[in-house]
Design a protein around this ligand. Structure first.
Ligand code: AKB
Length: 309
């Protein structure tokens, strides 16, 4: 199976490329940043439709993983660029994949596609969705577009509504859930952290290994099993900054966190606290492995391996 990964240098791509290689895929990893993987790599600006078409012609992948994104906070600061990367590029990827007869496409949606009138606890698969941030608006539109491409062009697009993703080895930038990764590094190095969300802001989160196994399971599922053509809800765990601080203090008691909320607070408060992921469980056997204590243990182990502690 030949796979093309677009946006391979980001938080998800860095974990997905090695996982696909382990599964025996032949992978071409692309990004605008230099990539260092034991596989073929190429420069690709996701907005360069001709470049994408050429890569699709030459590599002829069966599966495309489109991970290029401008996260929620960054999209508020650079709205035009955010819109282009999050929506125009997604549209172009779908279009180019139809032309190139790609068998399967994965792209990442987000919990940011929900809004203040969405039920925040056990958010259903098909609730009212009225995102207030530009990133979420683009993700919700992307979901509609994915379904449109499936019904109109028979493109087998699959997607997940990712919550915050926590993993070692990469400091995510430009998101609202980034604090959860940054806190680990700050606890190790500075023993203090200034959090831009209020202490009790509970959000859904996933350990990176669960995110990757979710993508792989979803993409390996038979076509007829996929009943959601927008994006699936998935849920792993929920926690607030204060709960994460308490968990980190079990290992580093001197760690202190102060709270100085900024514009990201409003985005976070419009997102779910937990999700009903029963469609994902039923359709392609979504089974996350990590709760908060397991995540924290995995992070300490992985950071020690990366020479961070
Ligand atoms: C963000 O915080 O912007 C992302 C997301 C929830 O999609 N992590």
């Amino acid at each position: 199976m030949r796979a093309l990964v677009i946006g391979a240098g980001g938080q998800i791509g860095r974990a997905l490329v090695p996982a696909l290689l382990d599964y025996g895929y032949q992978v071409l990893a692309t990004d605008i940043v230099p990539l260092d993987y034991p596989t073929a790599t190429a420069y690709l600006d996701v907005l360069d439709k001709e470049g994408l078409r050429r890569i699709l012609r030459e590599w002829q992948p069966e599966a495309v993983y489109h991970l290029a994104a401008y996260l929620s906070a960054k999209s508020e600061m650079e709205p035009e660029r955010g819109w282009s990367i999050n929506l125009t590029a997604t549209w172009q990827v779908f279009d180019a994949c139809v032309e190139a007869n790609v068998d399967r496409v994965f792209w990442a949606s987000s919990i940011a596609a929900f809004g203040p009138h969405t039920p925040r606890e056990a958010t259903p698969q098909y609730p009212h969705m009225d995102p207030i941030g530009l990133y979420g608006i683009a993700k919700l539109t992307g979901e509609r577009l994915a379904e449109y491409y499936y019904y109109r062009y028979d493109l087998d697009v699959r997607s997940l509504r990712f919550p915050g993703i926590i993993g070692p080895g990469y400091l995510p930038q430009g998101g609202t859930t980034d604090f959860a990764v940054h806190m680990f590094y700050a606890a190790l190095h500075e023993k203090r952290y200034t959090c831009y969300l209020q202490p009790d802001t509970r959000l859904p989160m996933l350990y990176i290994d669960d995110a990757i196994s979710g993508i792989i399971r979803l993409m390996q599922a038979p076509r007829e099993a996929i009943t959601v053509r927008g994006a699936y809800n998935i849920h792993g765990m929920s926690f607030s900054p204060a709960e994460l601080v308490a968990e980190i203090q079990k290992a580093i008691p001197e760690f202190v966190c102060e709270y100085v909320p900024d514009f990201r607070q409003k985005l976070a408060e419009s997102w779910p606290r937990s999700l009903d992921d029963s469609y994902a469980r039923r359709d392609w056997n979504w089974r996350p492995q990590y709760d908060l204590p397991a995540l924290v243990e995995a992070m300490w182990k992985a950071l020690a391996l990366h020479g961070q502690s």
